[in-house]
Design a protein around this ligand. Structure first.
Ligand SMILES: [Zn+2]
Length: 138
């Protein structure tokens, strides 16, 4: 058995079990995979559950998923670079300045070690960690 998290165009997520990834593909082709909320057939797989038997993990599917995530991360990176100020290694310091000075909500990004990130979070400073993907890599 294989568990997929499915996402519908209506915005809902739900889980569904299939005997194999092949069965899922077959049902999908025959439009028999329906959204449990709106019964639409415009559903697609989202992130797969980690407890899959490794045998049924088709590598091509995995690559596509990775490519998609990669693409999203690259877009996310572009967005941040366009809208936020790069403060590099000074990130923890700059984040504190903004937090304690309350000088509006200047958006910044930069580098911080996991320890520094944990410290910031402990101080109640909102930071997000994202995988910083190299655009040139393919
Ligand atoms: Zn739906």
């Amino acid at each position: 058995m294989i568990k997929y998290n499915l996402t519908c165009k209506c915005g809902k997520d739900f889980e569904s079990w299939f005997s194999s990834s092949k069965e899922y593909e077959n049902l999908k082709k025959r439009k028999l995979v329906n959204c449990i909320f709106c019964h639409s057939t415009s559903v697609k797989k989202s992130i797969m559950s980690p407890n899959l038997p490794s045998k049924s993990n088709k590598s091509s599917e995995k690559t596509n998923l990775e490519k998609n995530i990669r693409k999203q991360l690259i877009n996310f990176r572009k967005y941040i670079e366009k809208n936020c100020k790069d403060v590099g290694d000074k990130f923890p310091q700059e984040a504190r300045n903004i937090h304690y000075d309350k000088k509006g909500s200047k958006a910044i990004y930069g580098k911080a070690t996991p320890e520094e990130t944990a410290e910031l979070l402990e101080e109640g400073i909102e930071v997000d960690t994202i995988p910083w993907i190299n655009k040139k890599e393919n």
